[in-house]
Design a protein around this ligand. Structure first.
Ligand SMILES: NC(=O)C1=CN([C@@H]2O[C@H](COP(=O)(O)OP(=O)(O)OC[C@H]3O[C@@H](n4cnc5c(N)ncnc54)[C@H](OP(=O)(O)O)[C@@H]3O)[C@@H](O)[C@H]2O)[C@@H](O)CC1
Ligand SMILES: Nc1ncnc2c1ncn2[C@@H]1O[C@H](COP(=O)(O)OP(=O)(O)OP(=O)(O)O)[C@@H](O)[C@H]1O
Ligand SMILES: [Mg+2]
Length: 329
């Protein structure tokens, strides 16, 4: 082929690829916008006729000697997103530390007491959702208590978001949440591999992230699974959504805690709104998409201001404006 015709062929090929890429991008942006609209539909209006508690009473189960930041990040994020009350159920050693971070949280030092499950169960009738796992640690006695809390929550039909060491527990005993449609799992890369391996007795196919998330959700009886990463992949075993809201390259610890705490509130709002507000999509899937978008938008805004020194506290300071930008415009 002459040089000129080879150049022409190359330019044509480049144009085709560029068009395909821009169509694909436009399609995914349109999908994202449609799903964001569903998130907007589930947000309850602020109203002077409501009383304290109606917009959400959320419990976070986690916090031990080593980890006090994670449950704090989750619980304060729930409040900042719009819950009215946020409780933390943690160990005795973690409680004074978490209380000292914030006067806004209600902190119960019960998780390492012998009657831990019963102590938390007493509060369950007053809670709308539980976030289980941030900063929980992997102590067997604590995990046994958390098992009891999960069983009590299921018996009362309370939605549960399971993150971090809560996912460690689920990987040991998948039967704990098998078929519980009000559970949302929010694994990071490592936690997803652990869960997948526990359920399928084999490694994840890293070339098929969508299929892996879909299959894990189906195998667990359609619990909602949110695999966090460069793009977040979400599935309820029927639909697969991708959240690619722009974030940043800053990967400080605690961002997942912001996500799980926010999701606690959004799950409650989504279930109150029901599937008629989510256009037939699963309310929990829509809630999860909302929490992913919000976390990534907080990351983006915080990074604009603080660059490499961005921390999760900086992201939490952005929750109000990020929420307005995404959901109230
Ligand atoms: N301020 C606080 O109190 C905070 C406390 N936190 C609490 O800490 C507890 C343990 O949680 P966790 O996430 O550190 O535990 P885990 O599942 O063992 O993963 C760690 C290992 O996974 C790997 N890895 C991770 N991502 C990966 C990727 N994309 N791709 C590849 N590998 C990846 C990575 O491996 P490495 O790079 O070391 O080889 C790393 O060693 C839990 O309670 C949590 O809530 C946190 O919330 C943070 C803020
Ligand atoms: N490579 C990436 N690029 C952009 N955003 C990312 C990337 N990886 C994770 N995120 C985002 O960061 C948030 C937290 O995900 P991450 O995987 O860091 O969770 P985590 O490990 O559980 O965090 P934590 O430190 O709180 O335990 C999610 O909103 C996710 O979308
Ligand atoms: Mg985490």
């Amino acid at each position: 082929m002459a040089l000129n015709s080879r150049c022409r062929a190359f330019r044509t090929c480049k144009r085709v690829l560029e068009r395909a890429f821009s169509l694909c991008k436009a399609h995914s942006i349109k999908d994202m916008e449609n799903t964001l609209q569903l998130v907007r539909n589930i947000i309850p209006p602020l109203s002077s006729t409501k009383h304290k508690g109606q917009d959400g009473r959320i419990g976070v189960v986690g916090g031990c000697q080593e980890y006090t930041g994670a449950p704090y990040f989750a619980a304060i994020s729930a409040l900042k997103v719009g819950a009215d009350l946020s409780h933390v159920f943690c160990t005795n050693a973690a409680a004074p530390v978490i209380k000292a971070y914030s006067p806004e949280l209600i902190v119960h030092p019960v998780l390492d007491s012998p009657g831990a499950a019963h102590e938390v169960e007493k509060w369950l009738p007053r809670l709308h959702a539980l976030v289980v796992g941030p900063g929980l640690g992997r102590d067997d006695a604590l995990l046994e208590n958390v098992k009891g809390i999960l069983e009590a929550s299921k018996a009362r039909d309370i939605p549960v978001v399971i993150d971090a060491d809560g996912l460690w527990l689920v990987a040991q005993q998948p039967a704990l949440i098998q078929g519980y449609r009000k559970a949302v799992l929010t694994p990071n890369h490592m936690e997803f591999s652990r869960l997948y391996d526990a359920v399928f007795r084999g490694p994840v196919d890293s070339d098929d992230r969508h299929g892996s998330v879909l299959r894990l959700s189906q195998a667990l009886g359609n619990v909602t699974v949110v695999q966090k990463g460069e793009h977040d992949i979400l599935s309820d075993g029927q639909q697969v959504l991708v959240c690619s809201q722009e974030g940043s390259s800053r990967r400080c610890g605690g961002q997942g805690d912001l996500l799980s705490g926010s999701l606690g509130v959004l799950v409650h709002w989504a279930l109150l709104a029901g599937p008629e507000k989510t256009n037939g999509s699963s309310p929990l899937l829509v809630a999860a998409f909302g929490a992913c978008s919000l976390t990534r938008q907080c990351n983006h805004q915080a990074f604009q201001k603080h660059g490499r020194s961005t921390t999760t506290s900086d992201m939490i300071a952005e929750v109000g404006t990020a929420f307005s930008k995404l959901f109230e415009t």
